[in-house]
Design a protein around this ligand. Structure first.
Ligand code: ZN
Length: 69
């Protein structure tokens, strides 16, 4: 809910101006949901994925090379 700064009348949240004195109401601050990047054991998820891919690459590259003609 919002209270009119001019006449102290209660106004519903969706009201832009006071229904009593037509004073523009201060907008309630929008709640910002801060997106904190997910961190696992000190590293963000993309870093773990990159490490995993790097590990897989190193693990399978010799196999692929051996499979070649
Ligand atoms: Zn008012």
């Amino acid at each position: 809910m919002a209270t009119c700064p001019s006449c102290n009348t209660w106004n519903p949240d969706d009201k832009v101006v006071c229904w009593r004195c037509q004073t523009p109401l201060p907008k309630p601050e929008p709640r910002r949901s801060r997106r904190t990047p997910r961190v696992y054991w000190g590293l963000p998820l993309w870093a773990w994925v990159a490490l995993f891919l790097f590990f897989l690459f190193n693990l399978f590259l010799p196999i692929f090379l051996r499979m070649g003609p």
